[in-house]
Design a protein around this ligand. Structure first.
Ligand code: ZN
Length: 217
């Protein structure tokens, strides 16, 4: 059954990633019968705003198939107008309940931006647009005292979540109404696992552990 709530969609993605990581993928919804079944309409349960990196193929790492994921990828998972429009299409027209920003370790786009920031060297063609889009995250990481690449990438993922919400009133309204959740995840290239680094709205804090009676009084 297709997940219809943000919680169900998130659980489905995590389950698929677990299958992928443990070497037990089921390759759901990739058969000819399903291909025919979804030809008349799509109801993807998650939007993936991911980096274009060739090792970050969404349907593979989340073990999903045709019609499951609405995928928008740019180098460095940037949030320009076409990306925002694509996300808004999925969330409003298709009713998708979950948006995932998907970054990863050793991201070349973040590394290039960091290098450009350091040296001030201009990039050829339109590569500068990618670096410009990542630069606010570098400033934010710097303000937070984060200077290792993995830490900067986490900041950039969180920044992309915030940028999507800040630039898309439509998305922010859906999130405020509880109809959609935006989650930032970081993927490890070698291990294949995803880790949540940001979420809007923030998940409820876990209930406090009961006090150890041996320590009370
Ligand atoms: Zn990347």
């Amino acid at each position: 059954m297709t997940p219809s709530t943000p919680e169900q969609a998130l659980a489905e993605l995590r389950a698929g990633n677990h299958r992928f990581v443990t070497g037990a993928p089921q390759h759901p919804n990739q058969d000819a019968g399903h291909r025919t079944a979804v030809a008349d309409g799509q109801h993807p349960f998650a939007v993936i705003v991911g980096c274009s990196d060739s090792r970050l193929a969404a349907e593979i790492i989340f073990d999903r198939g045709l019609g499951d994921l609405f995928v928008v990828r740019t180098a460095g998972h940037t949030a320009g107008p076409e990306v925002l429009g694509s996300v808004e299409y999925a969330v409003t027209v298709l009713g998708t309940p979950l948006v995932v920003v998907l970054g990863h370790d050793s991201c070349g786009a973040v590394q290039a931006a960091r290098e450009g920031f350091r040296t001030g060297a201009a990039l050829v063609g339109h590569l500068g647009a990618v670096v410009d889009a990542v630069s606010p995250s570098l400033l934010r990481a710097s303000r937070q005292g984060v200077d290792d690449l993995d830490g900067i990438i986490d900041v950039h993922i969180a920044q992309t979540v915030e940028t999507l919400l800040a630039r898309s009133a439509v998305l922010a309204e859906r999130v405020a109404a509880g109809r959609c959740t935006v989650v930032g995840m970081s993927y490890r290239l070698a291990g294949g696992e995803v880790r949540t680094v940001a979420q809007a709205p923030a998940p409820l804090p876990a209930p406090a552990a009961p006090a150890d009676p041996a320590l009370a009084g």
